[in-house]
Write a protein that binds this ligand. Structure first.
Ligand SMILES: [Zn+2]
Length: 348
């Protein structure tokens, strides 16, 4: 049976629809049985535990909790859902995550259930379309770009936008000056911005990897070729010695750099708090003989550092940075994600 030969009015098509609705119903009730009330204590920990058990990301689990919670707050949509089971967990999660912080949902409940009313002539909108619909509805109330802000908006895996919000006159002046600089330095406006901020007379510390002649930031973002030459001319090159040992409790800067470039973010399962907001933790505590060296140091965000210090969780690490956690009797392994792993000596 080929799907494209199915007609709306074909009984086989109806049977297929019923099966899909049955699956959605099961999935929803399964998640509903796992989801605690939104105000229950220790919810973050429950999300993390479930993420480990299901081998899913923390945000996957949190979004499904939000899917269950949001239906409790949208009575019209809930009634419609329990009649047709026309929305899967992904669509519900999108609605839940967008509306999680919105206090009054009455008007949106009305609009949303109208927008999602099943019709023979129109497919149920995808999660992306539903997201767009909600954001447009919310836009007049929530589109408030902070004045004088510089933000980064990620476009896709490789590209981001640097968004400067200022008065019209202010951004106009910046753009004009950028054009002048580009003309003066014989480069694109994009490269002129780089040079103006990092290259000419300003000083900045940028930790980069060099791999096969290409430079990238520690999180893997690629640096444009035009900047690579400039960095090579002006940068101080530091060789990293991964076998170096610190004398006291605090990790010296060089060791911190290596651990940061190896771990990139908090090493607790499912946690992605970035390096700059993390502590360096002695995996085996310093006062129990744990050395201050790369093979005994890991990045932990403050929250997970405290959980470890208070012995709610425990962990151990191999010399190449693989950390095994034990959380409520559940074992979970996290691998270092930085490219510096490739520099580590191969254990004999
Ligand atoms: Zn963490």
């Amino acid at each position: 049976m080929l799907i494209r030969h199915l007609s709306e009015f074909d009984p086989q098509c109806q049977a297929l629809r019923n099966t899909i609705a049955e699956r959605r119903k099961e999935a929803f009730h399964w998640w509903e049985s796992l989801t605690p009330p939104p105000d229950s204590p220790g919810i973050g920990f429950q999300v993390q535990k479930l993420a480990i058990v299901l081998d899913r990301s923390v945000s996957y689990v949190r979004r499904r909790f939000q899917a269950v919670w949001i239906l409790q707050r949208l009575p019209k949509l809930r009634e419609q859902f329990f009649e047709h089971f026309h929305l899967d967990m992904g669509r519900l999660a999108t609605i839940g995550s967008i509306l999680a912080d919105i206090a009054s949902l009455e008007a949106l409940d009305e609009a949303l259930s109208k927008f999602l009313t099943p019709s023979r002539f129109r497919a149920i909108p995808s999660a992306r379309i539903i997201g767009g619909f909600l954001r447009r509805k919310l836009a007049p109330f929530h589109w408030n770009p902070p004045p004088n802000a510089v933000r980064i908006r990620q476009v896709d895996e490789l590209t981001s936008q640097l968004v400067v919000t200022s008065t019209h006159g202010g951004t106009r002046l910046m753009k004009d000056r950028l054009r002048e600089l580009a003309h003066e330095w014989q480069c694109s406006e994009h490269d002129a911005l780089w040079q103006a901020l990092l290259g000419k007379d300003s000083k900045a510390v940028v930790n980069v990897y060099q791999h096969k002649g290409k430079l990238s930031l520690v999180d893997g973002s690629v640096i444009p070729q035009s900047m690579t030459t400039l960095i090579h001319q002006r940068a101080r090159i530091r060789q990293l010695d991964i076998e170096q040992q610190g004398k006291g409790y605090a990790f010296p800067a060089k060791l911190r750099h290596i651990i940061t470039m190896r771990d990139l973010h908090c090493r607790f399962p499912g946690c992605e708090v970035p390096a700059h907001a993390c502590d360096i933790d002695h995996v085996l505590e310093f006062n129990r003989g744990g050395p201050t060296e790369v093979s005994n140091g890991q990045l932990l965000c403050r929250r997970h550092h405290n959980m470890k210090t208070e012995r709610q969780v425990s962990c151990s690490m191999t010399p190449d940075g693989v950390v095994t956690w034990v959380i409520d009797g559940i074992r979970s392994v996290t691998l270092p994600e930085g490219e510096i792993l490739a520099l580590a000596p191969v254990p004999s």
